[in-house]
Design a protein around this ligand. Structure first.
Ligand code: PLP
Length: 455
């Protein structure tokens, strides 16, 4: 059908991230107009289940009047002030207190920002700052993982372990390294058990640290479950094995909770689900249920002490944004946390996750599905050309993208990640019947994809 006037104007004016811009010129955008609960509607009035909670973020769904009112009320009262030069405001103070209470690590302070990329950018800067301040400027290297996703700024994009984020941007910058991806299905050697695989992952990390020189390795960052890298769930015992290596070499452990935080895996933070003991966490996305942008990282006591010492020496802590701790974002986040507590959102996710996981597991029988990965309320199926050999489809065939497009025809928004994995990560307010509705729509898309492949 011909493109609408709005679609044509989009093509003429807007750059779309992570989009094949050549294809986009032909097919045009899906233009969404409104949302309510777990559903959104496009400009033609067609309804969709938002099966990816936007970009893994709208945990309380759409059109939540309490969040709208919290934002409006803060805008009426004090629309903006900042935290520079000792200024402060109630919402930032209260939110920092609240976050300190709930994070899965010993947090002394909270440093706000406006996105996940900025949060991880801050983690890089804080790690470097700390080691400079403590007189060990050689301890600068930060290890992340192949297929990890940590954002797109120059530093956080360097942490990301996906080629499109590096290619043509001269990334990664120096002092950022990538260790192996803990995806047993794809990267296990022939006959290697999960336990053997985990031991090899830990050995490989330790060898990297020794090769680089332990005195040069400062931090390790990991998403409890890798999201954009394909919803990769590490095998049992992985983080315990990794952590033992990090402890041995005095390496700061950062949990990137930008997707996993705020209930996604059935606990408030992914680190809790996996028994991780991070020194610091990065947060964004569901921290405001994506009603307004906000990010945050926790700062440990010895890092804060280093900041104090440096401030005494040079008179300032030289980092912050106009929107560090924006009062409207902080007010919305406080309301999000209040709703989480009042409505038991994390418990709800934990209760519903067996239904979600079971529907995922059932997809393993489908002829196109090679691997099924689901935990809590996040999951993916990996589509393969041959289930026995695990051979992937030719990337140029775009089979994952085809399946997502058919899902969209059937009224389900999902996302193809890391090639041909199709991910689901719905708002946490989803009802059990809606979980079934979502999977019924996905199954139709899978059957369409099977017919397409058979042609
Ligand atoms: N970290 C993780 C785990 C993410 O999934 C993302 C975004 O998807 C980011 C960081 C970057 O967040 P943002 O897009 O808000 O900059």
């Amino acid at each position: 059908s011909p493109l609408s006037n709005l679609a044509v104007r989009d093509i003429e004016t807007v750059i779309h991230p992570y989009t094949n811009l050549a294809t986009h010129r032909e097919t045009g955008p899906l233009i969404l107009e409104r949302g309510k609960g777990i559903r959104v509607w496009d400009t033609d009035g067609k309804e969709y289940i938002e099966g990816l909670a936007g970009l893994w973020c709208t945990s309380l769904g759409y059109g939540n009047e309490e969040l709208v009112e919290a934002a409006a009320e803060q805008m009426r009262t004090l629309s903006y002030t900042h935290l520079f030069g000792s200024k402060s405001h109630d919402p930032a103070i209260e939110l920092a207190e609240k976050l300190k209470e709930i994070v899965p690590c010993e947090a002394s302070k909270v440093l706000f920002c406006s996105s996940g990329s900025e949060a991880n950018d801050q983690q890089v800067k804080l790690t470097w700052y700390y080691n400079n301040a403590r007189g060990r400027p050689e301890k600068k290297k930060i290890i992340s993982r192949i297929k990890g996703y940590h954002g797109v700024t120059v530093a956080s994009g360097s942490l990301t372990g996906l080629p499109p984020v590096h290619m043509d941007f001269d990334l990664p910058i120096k002092n950022i390294l990538h260790t192996e991806c803990p995806h047993h299905y794809r990267f296990a050697e022939d006959g290697e058990t999960e336990a053997e695989f985990v031991a090899r992952m830990a050995r490989s990390l330790e060898e990297m640290i020794q090769r680089e020189g332990p005195e040069t390795v400062a931090a390790f960052i990991a998403e409890p479950i890798m999201g954009a890298g394909g919803v990769i769930i590490p095998p049992e015992g992985y983080y315990q094995a990794i952590q033992a290596v990090l402890e041995k070499y005095d390496v700061r452990f950062i949990s990137d909770e930008v997707i996993c935080g705020f209930g996604r895996t059935g606990s408030m933070f992914g680190a809790e689900t996996f028994g991780m003991k991070p020194h610091s966490v990065s947060m964004a996305k569901a921290i405001t249920s994506a009603y307004v942008p906000l990010g945050a990282v926790t700062v440990e006591e010895d890092l804060y002490q280093a900041m104090l010492d440096e401030s005494r020496k040079i008179g300032t802590f030289g980092h912050g944004y106009t929107y560090t701790g924006h009062p409207v974002a902080a007010a919305v986040s406080l309301k999000v946390l209040e709703i989480y507590e009042r409505d038991g959102i994390v418990e709800r996710a934990a209760t519903l996750s067996p239904v979600f996981e079971k529907r995922f597991e059932a997809l393993a029988a489908h002829p196109l599905v090679g691997d099924v990965r689901a935990r809590g309320m996040i999951g993916a199926i990996e589509l393969v050309a041959d289930k026995t050999t695990k051979a992937p489809f030719d990337p140029k065939a775009g089979i994952g993208g085809y399946c997502v497009a058919r899902a969209q025809d059937h009224g389900l928004i999902s996302r193809a990640v890391a090639g041909d994995s199709v991910a689901l990560c719905p708002p946490l307010i989803i009802e059990e019947s809606e979980v079934h509705e979502m999977f019924d729509r996905l199954e139709k898309a899978l059957d369409d994809t099977e017919a397409h492949v058979a042609k």
